[in-house]
Design a protein. Structure first.
Length: 501
């Protein structure tokens, strides 16, 4: 993220304030007097030349009848990050798009900006489908064998038919024999054609779309990864399962609840999270989960809604085994130590990290964390960005990020203070952990999880201990990714930038 992008966030929010003021029939002078600021300062805000936050942001939102979330710039920052990613598309390099103008586009023409992003995602989606199908056409063993069989059947039919057509002195028995060959090979050829048709149907439907993943990411981000309705549903489920506040015996209580209320016998050895997820799916399947999904305009297809339901059932399960208030209290007491929280609540390191991201209740918030998960290839499998920390939607981030460094030392915590080209500083904390996988001799499944927070919050966490956190302290110079990073002389650069420094 470069300096131009960082300073232009106000450009996105200012027009929204101006438009809402005008819609309410208020003048700049009238609104400024209500807010207790000068009309000239309000003019600068509406012109996108002043950033706002804190108490002033809340006063503006309350006065204009808007939710603070509508003015905090989170949605606009995501829009801006998506436009920046689009500008970095190699196909558009020759156009030399000025990434600094993306804020103007997003601020003044948000509809067009979203349309461009939708087209970009659709293009990526189609490209992924074409590549997947192309790979299958080149490498699928069934297809290679089927083509060989097809040619063999056609050759047999052609040979037998030519004999019947050209040889005049065939006996009736010989004619019947060759006719039988043509008939039999024709039937086998028809069966093979049907199998090929079925193959291509399966091949097409097996290609996963990129769009549902992006839609679910946007859906979760629109809610800041916090769902009060699901927190209430989890509390109700704990009551139904008779789980005490301290969570004693939670596994046996969840098993008893599933047997009593739903007639289910959970598999032996199921973890408390797995039991809670099954209970959430049974108890909330036609209620709380559906309510959230039906409200979600960002989910435009069944694939996205299925993914969203899966994510929301995991959310309820996490809220059951890690209830909000006790978990927040423990997080503050343990200074947001994910390992200690995992041990306290009987969950995995990854589940504790996910729960930390959801602590966004107004008036009772934890440290605002971003979360990123990548597999051993560097492919991003989970992303929960912050308004001022965009995470890559497609492709890899900067190779210097802790999330990749952790893959070099599985099990060890890797922490770093990083600084982006625009001066933004963050604390990154990452660990590579084993995921459940197939048995020997298949390789381990390793993923790397990274929490990130603004460096201003680092001293509230155990991970900031011993680090120099001042604005002038050393930090690892990083960027978003090579294509949009302005650090021209970086020794780790893998691609030339597509934007000017």
């Amino acid at each position: 993220m470069n300096q131009g992008i960082r300073t232009n966030y106000a450009t996105l929010v200012g027009p929204k304030i101006r438009d809402q003021r005008r819609a309410l029939g208020m003048t700049q002078v009238g609104l400024s007097e209500t807010l207790g600021i000068s009309a000239s300062y309000l003019n600068l805000i509406e012109a996108g030349r002043r950033n706002i936050g804190g108490g002033l942001l809340k006063r503006i939102a309350d006065t204009l009848g808007l939710a603070v979330e509508e003015l905090d710039g989170a949605a606009e920052r995501r829009l801006l990050a998506d436009l920046t990613e689009l500008a970095a598309e190699p196909m558009l390099t020759a156009l030399r798009l000025d990434v600094a103008t993306t804020a103007d586009i997003a601020g003044h023409y948000p509809g067009w900006a979203r349309a461009l992003i939708a087209l970009h995602r659709a293009w990526l989606d189609r490209g992924r489908a074409v590549n997947a199908l192309s790979d299958r056409l080149r490498h699928d063993p069934f297809l290679a064998d089927a083509v060989h069989q097809l040619l063999t059947r056609v050759a047999a039919i052609k040979s037998a038919a030519e004999i019947v057509e050209k040889v005049e002195d065939l006996s009736p028995a010989q004619e019947r024999r060759f006719a039988a060959i043509v008939g039999g090979e024709s039937r086998r050829l028809a069966d093979l054609a049907q199998a090929l048709a079925s193959f291509f149907e399966r091949a097409h439907t097996a290609v996963r779309s990129l769009t549902p993943v992006g839609e679910v990411d946007d859906f979760l981000a629109d809610h800041a990864h916090h769902f009060p309705g699901l927190e209430n549903a989890a509390s109700a489920l704990r009551e139904k399962a008779r789980i005490a506040v301290d969570g004693d015996g939670i596994e046996s209580l969840l098993i008893a609840y599933l047997q009593r209320a739903h007639g289910l016998e959970p598999p032996a050895g199921a973890t408390r999270f797995e039991l809670a997820r099954r209970a959430a799916e049974c108890a909330c399947g036609d209620d709380a989960l559906d309510v959230e999904i039906q409200r979600a305009t960002a989910l435009t297809n069944d694939a996205a809604r299925r993914r969203a339901r899966h994510a929301l059932s995991a959310y309820v399960a996490a809220a059951v085994v890690m209830p909000y208030d006790p978990f927040l209290a423990a997080a503050r007491r343990l200074r947001f130590d994910a390992d200690a929280l995992a041990s306290t609540f009987g969950v995995s390191f990854e589940q504790a990290c996910h729960r930390l991201v959801t602590l966004r209740r107004a008036g009772a918030q934890g440290v605002p964390f971003a979360l990123m998960r990548v597999d051993a290839s560097g492919y991003t499998t989970r992303r929960a960005p912050l308004p001022n920390l965009a995470l890559p939607r497609h492709g890899s981030a900067c190779p210097l990020w802790a999330v990749y460094l952790a893959l070099q030392s599985p099990g060890a915590i890797v922490r770093q203070v990083v600084e982006f080209p625009g001066g933004e500083r963050f604390l990154f904390v990452a660990r590579a952990v084993d995921e459940p996988g197939p048995a020997f001799p298949m390789p381990r499944r390793v993923v790397s999880l990274m929490l990130g927070c603004d460096a201003l919050y680092a001293d509230q966490t155990v991970y900031g201990d011993g680090l120099s956190l001042g604005s002038a302290a050393p930090a690892t110079p990083v960027g978003p990714n090579c294509r949009v990073c302005t650090r021209i002389d970086c020794a780790y650069r893998q691609e030339d930038p597509v934007i000017d420094a």
